[in-house]
Design a protein around this ligand. Structure first.
Ligand code: BGC
Length: 684
């Protein structure tokens, strides 16, 4: 069965035309980019009433961070460190999609992303396998609800299996060379978690993995996904990925490509229509068996049954507009924007702005931007709903401070800059806010960059304004960690907004005024310069770690600019009394760890507590630390909270080898949380 594309702005699509063509009986699904529900229903009627077996089609779509109500990009969401929030956002997205006939989203993307040159870091939950696993489970549960056949449940799709994020040099679609150990340790865990959470579909990836493209890779799709993890749903290829097996020099022609993909375990192809066109011939020529075909069809049918499509393939056509953008959905979108922004720097407590600030100069290409604040994959969200930073600031500071607006620089290199005008305006301002960032297309699919720095013309504005001597705040919107080495020393405060969706303007304004106390922490490392990549927190130790200058760059620090987990608050949190219910344990025991976090400031705030395990000696050397648990809670001013991490040794202290076998070895384990650590010992 094939997935074809339907909908507006798809000018490549000659396969179906809105008014004339009928649903082919071999069409399993459509990517439904339209909003015309009547049309979706006509298609279903055609499939159900006119095709030989009356099988309904499945309408899928890339609903990645909201459908009509737009949320921050997934990378941003992960910086909120709130698994329940991701669950709730996914529920809203599912409901809004369902109402338009979409019953399948190509989400979550759980490719552990460690190379910010690769644009799809925007769609991931960052660089850590555990974080990706936790958020994956939240998203799958959010989309699929209690039961797939329930109203407002849609099928999720784990993508892109596997190793796509390792594309060479961050260049999209490029091959990947990944050790078996990295596959089991880093790439696979979120997929396994997603399968265990009940995800019913998986998308195979574009990349060639160690010489065998993922779309024709039996080790991935058969031996690992199905035989080892017991996945019973169906696998869909990525866009034209079956045909691309020819480019990848793995298949001789389209027939061969189809045969290789199907027999490796891809049940549905996407857009290239190869199964539709060639699998009949492949069967006749004995290149595939009837059982191969039946198996793929059975897996797809099972998901359609589970979705209740056979009982009710149609969608209500009269949907009141107010059912979208419900009050709670909008509140969630605001909360997500507020909690996912990361305050990277705040020298001399310049933020929140003091009441004596009467004139704010807002400069830069992002100040009045709408589309670029939305990021990649915006489904049916529209730029007119985006609140700009300028609007947000005016609303926030209305009456209290004047907002002066100067464009400063265009978003792209070589666009006119207005530095002189900005400098003049800065003379009279109490504080300067530079709103800069990336165009939305610079990240996302096919959004690779060779340098993560922003265009020099944008940086020039910061450089010039920093000479004026006024407090300087930089806020940037991006789909990846950007190079801040020129900006960081010049700015007094830096706010990473990511691409915040509809309500970034008011979220940023709230952070500047202090109405919002920032609580985001990075789920991905910010390199100091592009040349440091790969750089991530859970690296393995170098052989000469204690030797002065050994293994270091001669021309730059080996430390990243901002580490995984970094993020400032207006509150001050002091960690103390890290305790363990027992210091010595054996494999079957449970150990309860607790740490006290005191808010010593006069401001209530949320704190995300990240727990790490450090295993100093193991038969497979372990990364310097591994995230194993996180929790975020509100702590009132002057108050305290006790955070608990219950260790199940098998789950939390074991490691995998290059065959995927898990091991739990006796010896020392150090548990780290903020500046606290405690040593535990496992005995035989
Ligand atoms: C992307 C997928 C996406 C698919 C359908 C592909 O190009 O890689 O992530 O789900 O298109 O739009």
């Amino acid at each position: 069965m094939t997935i074809l594309v339907l909908g507006n702005n798809d000018n490549k699509n000659n396969l179906e035309s809105k008014h004339t063509k009928k649903t082919s009986p071999l069409t399993g699904a459509f990517i439904f980019r339209d909003t015309d529900i009547a049309w979706a229903n006509r298609l279903q009627h055609d499939a159900v009433e006119n095709s030989r077996l009356g099988i309904p089609v499945l309408l899928g779509y890339d609903v990645i961070h909201g459908y009509r109500t737009l949320f921050p990009i997934p990378l941003a969401q992960s910086c909120a460190w709130d698994a329940d929030l991701v669950y709730r956002l996914s529920r809203v997205a599912a409901k809004e999609s369902y109402l338009t006939g979409v019953r399948w989203t190509f989400s979550p993307m759980i490719d552990v992303a460690r190379d910010p040159r690769w644009g799809r870091v925007a769609e991931s939950y960052g660089e850590d396998p555990y974080a990706n696993s936790v958020y994956c489970v939240s998203a799958v549960r959010g989309y699929q609800g209690q039961k797939l056949s329930d109203r407002y449940s849609i099928a999720s799709c784990l993508k892109h299996f596997g190793g796509y994020a390792y594309s060479q040099g961050g260049r999209d679609y490029h091959p990947t060379d990944i050790s078996d150990l990295s596959l089991w340790e880093t790439v696979f865990p979120p997929y396994k978690a997603g399968v265990e959470a009940g995800a019913v579909t998986v998308m195979s990836a574009f990349n060639d993995l160690n010489g065998v493209p993922a779309t024709a890779n039996r080790f991935l799709l058969q031996e690992t996904l199905r035989e080892r993890w017991g996945f019973e749903g169906f696998v869909v290829a990525d866009w034209c990925a079956v045909e691309q097996l020819i480019n990848q020099r793995f298949a001789a022609d389209t027939l061969d490509a189809g045969v290789k993909a199907l027999t490796a375990g891809v049940d549905m192809d996407m857009y290239d229509d190869i199964y539709n066109r060639y699998m009949g011939r492949a069967l006749a020529e004995g290149l595939i068996s009837q059982a191969d075909l039946d198996q793929a069809v059975r897996r797809i049918l099972r998901v359609k049954f589970e979705l209740g499509l056979f009982e009710n393939p149609y969608t209500e056509e009269q949907v009141p507009e107010k059912i979208y953008f419900e009050k709670e959905s909008v509140a969630l979108a605001h909360r997500a924007a507020e909690e996912s922004m990361v305050l990277l720097k705040n020298e001399k407590g310049i933020l929140p702005l003091s009441a004596s600030v009467k004139k704010i100069l807002l400069v830069g290409p992002m100040a009045t931007d709408r589309r670029n604040m939305m990021g990649t994959w915006i489904a049916r969200a529209t730029p007119d709903r985006v609140e700009t930073i300028y609007e947000g600031l005016r609303q926030e500071f209305g009456g209290q401070a004047e907002i002066m607006l100067v464009e400063g620089a265009g978003i792209r290199e070589n666009t006119p800059t207005f530095v002189e005008e900005a400098l003049r305006a800065a003379q009279t301002a109490d504080v300067v806010v530079v709103a800069m960032g990336e165009e939305y297309g610079w990240s996302g699919e096919n959004g690779s960059v060779a340098s993560i720095d922003l265009p020099a013309s944008q940086v020039e504005v910061v450089r010039a304004l920093s000479q004026v001597g006024k407090p300087l705040v930089v806020a940037f919107a991006s789909g990846r960690p950007i190079g801040l080495s020129e900006i960081e020393p010049r700015a007094d405060a830096i706010v990473c907004m990511w691409q915040p969706g509809y309500y970034g303007g008011s979220a940023l304004a709230g952070i500047l005024s202090g109405r919002v106390n920032p609580s985001g922490k990075l789920s991905i490392t910010f390199p100091l310069v592009t040349g440091q990549i790969p750089v991530f927190y859970n690296y393995r130790q170098n052989a000469r770690v204690s030797w002065k200058n050994n293994g270091k760059y001669a021309d730059c620090s080996e430390r990243p600019l901002y580490e995984f987990g970094h993020g400032l608050s207006y509150s001050t949190f002091v960690y103390s009394e890290l305790k363990a219910s027992r210091r010595e344990f054996s494999a079957g025991d449970r150990i309860e760890l607790s740490v006290k976090v005191r808010n010593t400031s006069e401001r209530g705030g949320k704190e995300a507590v990240l727990w790490y395990v450090d295993d100093p000696v193991a038969s497979v050397s372990q990364p310097v630390r591994k995230l194993k648990h996180f929790e975020k809670r509100w702590i009132p001013a002057g108050g305290e909270a006790v955070f608990v991490f219950e260790i199940d040794p098998q789950r939390d202290l074991s490691f995998v080898d290059r065959t995927g076998q898990s091991h739990l070895e006796p010896g020392e384990f150090i548990i780290r949380v903020a500046d606290q650590s405690i040593s535990l010992r496992m005995v035989e």
